[in-house]
Design a protein around this ligand. Structure first.
Ligand SMILES: Cc1cc2nc3c(=O)[nH]c(=O)nc-3n(C[C@H](O)[C@H](O)[C@H](O)COP(=O)(O)OP(=O)(O)OC[C@H]3O[C@@H](n4cnc5c(N)ncnc54)[C@H](O)[C@@H]3O)c2cc1C
Length: 392
């Protein structure tokens, strides 16, 4: 039987941060990771450049049944704290857009940084660990792996969510929470592309590769960024964002080119160049392929002088008051995050310990806290991992 003070399950973003902090306090820490590498999602993230935080992090950019839960940790370990670590390790970074910070070079620098900090503080990590049993004892937990039995005082579950099964995700954390009597909100894929019903798919297929700035609304929430038409359906940042608020059967409303008032542009164009055909004017804003899918050819070829005000309004509405009912999402196969998870009301927002089971901690994505696209999910992993690291 091996004795340590703290066992952390999962060497992802939250687990590594928790290990670094706990070990810095002098705790004897062992991180057990089921795959052969640490931080696989970090490596894959941000198109290989890891969008590691967001300068505008605030609780409103997270989805949870308890919207207040994330506040404490986010305010105690902020984006600036993580940036300070990144700068200490001389990792170059830049703001891409909307406060999103990316590595200048590659994501692996963030993993290397976290592993260097673990090593410096003497937090050890063991890979290829398959946890077969977890039992509560009078003074802690017994954890059995395919290799050993371990005993620890504090057990931190940092096993993440269900997205991208090939990157090591597993339902382990939810199952463990249930085993110890904690409730778990139903999970579903978030930050994920939409698939379409057959008739929409057929109609929009020729738009594959086209992207356009759009204002997208669903269930009272709106985002303005780019939509991307793909051969499977709809993607791009604005679709990933709204997917986290979409439920099966919901309609998504969309305004293409929200920065312009298309009706006003058409009225103006009719006034100044009445002989121009509609397609010439619309081509100033939209790709030709997009126009040929959204409008009849006869309509596109008609001179503007032949349109009444009402007809121009209808023409504008086609692009600026569009709605579509997605068939489904692409699911965990391509989702960036898992919505739902361990009920935050069962967890201390300060220490991340279970209110019911002393010594049992949950951090990161396994909790019912999900961020928007743009570095918020890593910030949650850092902040929650850091907070638990002060308490284990
Ligand atoms: C493709 C992709 C790109 C992303 N890009 C970004 C981005 O740029 N910015 C951003 O903020 N967020 C991004 N995210 C989301 C972000 O990766 C996650 O929110 C974050 O990694 C969650 O951290 P975590 O530590 O809770 O879980 P994870 O990072 O998923 O770590 C969990 C770890 O636990 C291990 N594990 C699971 N089960 C067990 C078990 N039974 N025993 C032992 N170990 C186990 C896993 O192998 C894994 O190493 C992206 C996600 C994906 C999938």
């Amino acid at each position: 039987m091996n004795k340590v003070e703290v066992i952390i399950i999962g060497a992802g973003a939250a687990g590594l941060m928790c290990g670094i902090e706990a070990a810095a306090r002098g705790r004897k820490v062992l991180i057990l990771e089921k795959s052969n590498k640490a931080g696989k999602k970090i490596l894959m993230s941000g198109g290989g450049r890891c969008n590691f935080t967001n300068l505008y992090t605030c609780s409103e950019r997270f989805i949870s049944h308890n919207p207040h839960f994330c506040k404490s940790a986010l305010s105690r370990y902020t984006p600036w704290d993580f940036i300070a670590m990144v700068e200490r390790h001389k990792i170059a970074y830049f703001e891409k857009t909307l406060g999103q910070l990316f590595c200048q070079e590659k994501s692996s620098l963030i993993v290397d940084m976290l592993l260097t900090e673990c090593k410096k503080n003497k937090a050890s990590i063991q890979f290829n660990q398959n946890i077969t049993a977890v039992e509560k004892t009078s003074d802690g937990f017994m954890v059995q792996t395919n290799h050993e039995w371990y005993q620890c005082e504090s057990l931190v579950v940092a096993s993440g969510g269900l997205s991208i099964p090939t990157l090591g995700s597993s339902p382990f954390g939810y199952q463990l929470a249930t085993k110890f009597g904690l409730s778990v909100y139903p999970t579903r894929a978030g930050l994920v592309p939409f698939t379409l019903h057959a008739h929409d798919k057929q109609r929009l297929e020729s738009l594959t590769g086209i992207s356009a700035e759009s204002l997208v609304t669903c269930n009272g929430i709106s985002f303005q960024e780019n939509i991307l038409f793909t051969h499977r359906g709809l993607s791009g940042p604005v679709i990933l964002q709204i997917s986290s608020y979409w439920l099966p059967g919901d309609t998504v409303n969309l305004i293409f080119f929200p920065q312009i008032d298309l009706y006003a542009e058409l009225l103006r164009a009719r006034l100044h160049s009445a002989e121009s055909c509609l397609k010439t004017v619309l081509a100033n804003f939209a790709a030709k392929r997009l126009l040929s899918v959204f409008y009849e050819i006869d309509c596109l070829d008609k001179p503007l002088k032949q349109f009444t005000d009402k007809q121009l309004q209808q023409v504008a509405n086609v692009l600026q008051n569009w709605s579509i009912k997605p068939n489904a999402t692409e699911g965990y196969r391509t989702a960036e995050i898992t919505l739902g998870g361990v009920d935050c009301d069962e967890i201390s927002s300060k220490s991340f310990v279970s209110k019911k089971v002393p010594g049992l901690f949950f951090v990161g994505e396994v909790l019912d806290v999900s961020g928007w696209l743009g570095g918020y999910n890593f910030q949650w992993a850092w902040s929650s991992g850091w907070a638990a690291g002060q308490a284990v």
